[in-house]
Ligand binder design. Structure first.
Ligand code: HEC
Length: 261
């Protein structure tokens, strides 16, 4: 009796280990982040420039969608002037935003309309309030996000279009959402972009991929507002160095012309 039971037991164990391995691998495959498709950004390269029409639409997406959860602590309303907005437009944008202006005699927070010198309004009073509203997760500040997040603006664009229905084989924790581009495929941010969600004033159709592209362009501009200046300076330095090289070459010939060896 003993040997067969032993054998059966062994094969049962082996099958169990194999199933666990295979099962584990299948799960790991499902939960891996997909590679981010590369994007052709206009601001890349030594002479790259921002596509300002897209950056402006991206600001509309930020302010109508992302701003309810993500702060832009390092931006003032006046910083939008380099997007091509005139003083009246800046004033109107700022004036539509109520910002805190101290407290009244009873200790309640008093609000006033923002001016172009004010920093962007914060979505939450503090970190605890932000986490309480987002399943314990903190929406990161977006001032430098496009520069610091792995994959940069291409990741942000892919991520915003990467939300899917949770497959039946996957169980997510409470308050989590399924996204094919994040590690573990689970993130506390919901799918926020839906076709025609944002009102574009330049006639562009606000499809989800278009909005994802525009807001990624906007966040790239926010993270590197001096990029074009740096590109221009780089080109000037190159021209200067080339002229200097020619001058030095001419000078060298002159100096050595009279020397006979
Ligand atoms: C309802 C609130 C909410 C809105 C609206 C929202 N987000 Fe988020 N977002 C979050 C939270 C919460 C996290 C942190 C998720 C986590 O750590 O699990 C997050 C994280 C992110 C991340 C980092 C993802 C990562 O892999 O770490 C990016 C990028 C991002 N959001 C971009 C955006 C953009 C762009 C918009 C506007 C189109 C937007 N979010 C709108 C709540 C929001």
């Amino acid at each position: 009796m003993r040997p067969p039971t032993h054998l059966a037991c062994k094969s049962f164990l082996a099958a169990g280990v194999l199933a666990a391995l295979l099962g584990g691998r299948a799960e790991a495959q499902q939960l891996q982040a997909l590679p981010v498709p590369p994007q052709d950004w206009s601001f890349r390269g030594a002479t790259g420039r921002f596509d300002y029409a897209s950056v402006q639409r991206g600001f509309a997406v930020y302010s109508q969608v992302c701003a309810s959860c993500h702060s832009l602590r390092q931006m003032t309303y006046g910083d939008l002037s380099s997007l091509g907005l005139d003083a009246d437009q800046l004033h109107d944008i700022a004036a539509s935003q109520p910002v805190p202006a101290g407290t009244d005699a009873a200790g309640n927070v008093v609000l006033r309309a923002a001016t172009p010198g004010d920093h962007f309004r914060l979505p939450y009073a503090n970190e605890a309030a932000a986490r309480a509203a987002n399943a314990g997760a903190l929406p990161p500040d977006q001032s430098r996000l496009a520069g610091t997040i792995q994959g940069g603006p291409s990741f942000i664009q892919a991520y915003l279009t990467g939300f899917r229905d949770t497959p039946s084989s996957v169980t997510l924790g409470p308050g989590m959402h399924y996204n094919i581009y994040v590690p573990g495929n689970a993130i506390a941010m919901p799918d926020v972009l839906h076709d025609a969600h944002v009102r574009y004033t330049d006639g562009t159709r606000a499809t989800t991929p278009q909005m994802a592209h525009d807001v990624s362009n906007f966040l790239a501009w926010v993270a590197q507002p001096h990029l074009e200046e740096r590109h221009r300076l780089g080109i000037r330095v190159l021209v200067y160095l080339t002229l200097l090289l020619v001058l030095v070459a001419v000078l060298k010939r002159r100096v050595w012309a009279s020397v006979r060896i």
